[in-house]
Design a protein around this ligand. Sequence first.
Ligand code: HEM
Length: 135
Amino acid sequence: MSEAANASTPYELLGGETGLRQLINRFYDLMDTAPEYYGIRKLHPQDLSGSRDKLFMFLSGWLGGPGLYVEKFGHPMLRARHLPFPIGNAERDAWMACMQQALIETGVETSLREGLLKAFFGTADWMRNRPEGAE
Ligand code: HEM
């Protein structure tokens, strides 16, 4: 990849490590405190620091930055890793709403935000594992 292409990865556009950390911290702070996200909050461990780190490492690579998650844990196997948690439409929509709010509150510019939300939706939708979500 050329330098120019590299400079316009979503990772760079978000502000690199600092911007991504800010986004993820806001995402989990919201999940931890807003009643509308309690349904997904309760699926997570009481201490969210591991969740913060893993999502940060995963998104770093997924957004075109350093592939931290794969270096440390290997293939993400995201769907398999989510199978222990019941995820249907409600959980998918809560995750997306929480991420949308975090993107807005951390000041991510509209076109980048919309592009990211589209990409997140594909992954969040694929994570559904309850009968209502089966094809
Ligand atoms: C659809 C709704 C979703 C729900 C309810 C959900 C819930 C969870 C839960 C409960 C965990 C375990 C937390 C922990 O081990 O600390 C987890 C882990 C994780 N989630 Fe999600 N998640 C969703 C969507 C997503 C999406 C869209 C992504 C990526 C774009 C994602 C990325 C991850 C990653 C990287 C981990 C850590 C996996 C590991 O190494 O164990 N999740 N998720």
